[in-house]
Design a protein around this ligand. Structure first.
Ligand code: NDP
Length: 278
């Protein structure tokens, strides 16, 4: 059985923690305190993005935390107005500056933005940055198989990670299996399924929480790990930052996993990555 406390080994040999701290909607002013709390709790994977506007605060937290930079797995993302080789390179340099670091552990293309049709060139720019040592690993976010196939055809490489909307209401079983066959790691965003409806109030979740003496949030985070996903819950509250990390001392049974899998609706809560909105 997989040791869920051990990092995932990506297909390029880089090791990535399975649980991280997400920072969407954590403002730049509150990011330093929140990220310092996450690092003090034990999180080593941090997930930010150019679009979140908090890279400066995240970088300050890493510097102030006392945790050596090489022990932190820092991820940021390139926004949609920086597709294309030159723009991608410039965006990376600006993110590095804001984060106060000279390398990223993982750089993601935030959305494929198919209407621009530049994501293959953009991914090639990420691979070049990897060769130069500016990033350790090159990945993507919100890519569909058709986008991943084109990246592979155009560059000869699969992204190491695809960070996608994934929670019990939209569990991406098909994409997970497809990616697993190609050694692409799946990272879940919006993991608690809180955007429309509440996964945390579902009977399948609350019953498992009661059975294990855990909270509904902890049950859902554990469900991601047992499904082989990397997961990055966000909370601005110190108590939940700690709670969401405390998920290694229990295991969901097969029946509990199946019951939570059964919450699938087939509906996204976020934007369709194949559409023209982004
Ligand atoms: P999450 O699923 O992490 O949910 C966050 C919400 O749940 C917040 O309102 C938080 O409130 C609440 N919450 C957190 N922990 C608990 C708990 N234990 N019990 C009850 N409620 C809880 O959603 P996000 O959208 O933030 O996704 C996580 C991360 O994924 C983001 O922060 C970001 O890093 C990434 N992301 C990536 C996207 C992409 O396009 N690549 C898109 C969206 C997110 P409170 O803060 O008050 O605790």
């Amino acid at each position: 059985m997989t040791d869920l406390s051990a990092p995932v080994r990506l297909h390029d040999g880089v090791s990535m923690p399975r649980i991280g701290y997400g920072t969407y909607k954590v403002g730049d002013d509150e990011a330093q305190e929140a990220v310092e709390a996450a690092l003090a709790t034990g999180y080593r994977l941090l997930d930010t993005a150019e679009m979140y506007g908090n890279e400066v605060g995240v970088g300050r937290a890493v510097a102030a935390s006392g945790v050596p930079r090489e022990e932190v797995f820092l991820t940021t993302k390139l926004w949609n107005d920086h597709h294309g080789a030159d723009a991608a390179r410039a965006a990376l340099e600006t993110s590095l500056e804001r984060l106060g670091t000279d390398y990223l552990d993982l750089y993601l293309i935030h959305w494929p933005s198919p209407k621009q049709d530049l994501y293959v060139e953009t991914f090639a720019a990420l691979l070049k940055a990897k060769e130069e040592g500016l990033i350790r690993s090159a990945g993507v976010s919100n890519f569909l198989p058709e986008h991943l196939e084109r990246v592979h055809e155009g560059t000869g490489e699969w992204p190491t990670v695809n960070q996608v909307e994934l929670h019990p209401y939209f569990n991406q079983a098909g994409l997970r299996a497809w990616q697993s066959e190609r050694a692409i790691a799946t990272e879940s965003w919006g993991p608690l399924g809180q955007r429309t409806g509440s996964v945390l109030d579902e009977r399948a979740v609350t019953a498992a929480a009661q059975a294990h003496g855990k909270s509904p949030g902890q049950v859902v985070i554990r469900w991601h790990l047992q499904n082989g996903c990397i997961v990055i819950p966000k909370s601005a509250k110190a108590s939940r930052i700690a709670e969401n990390f405390d998920i290694l001392d229990f295991a969901l049974t097969d029946a509990e996993m199946t019951a939570i899998d059964g919450l699938e609706t087939g509906k996204r809560q976020g934007i369709d990555p194949g559409g023209t909105e982004r």
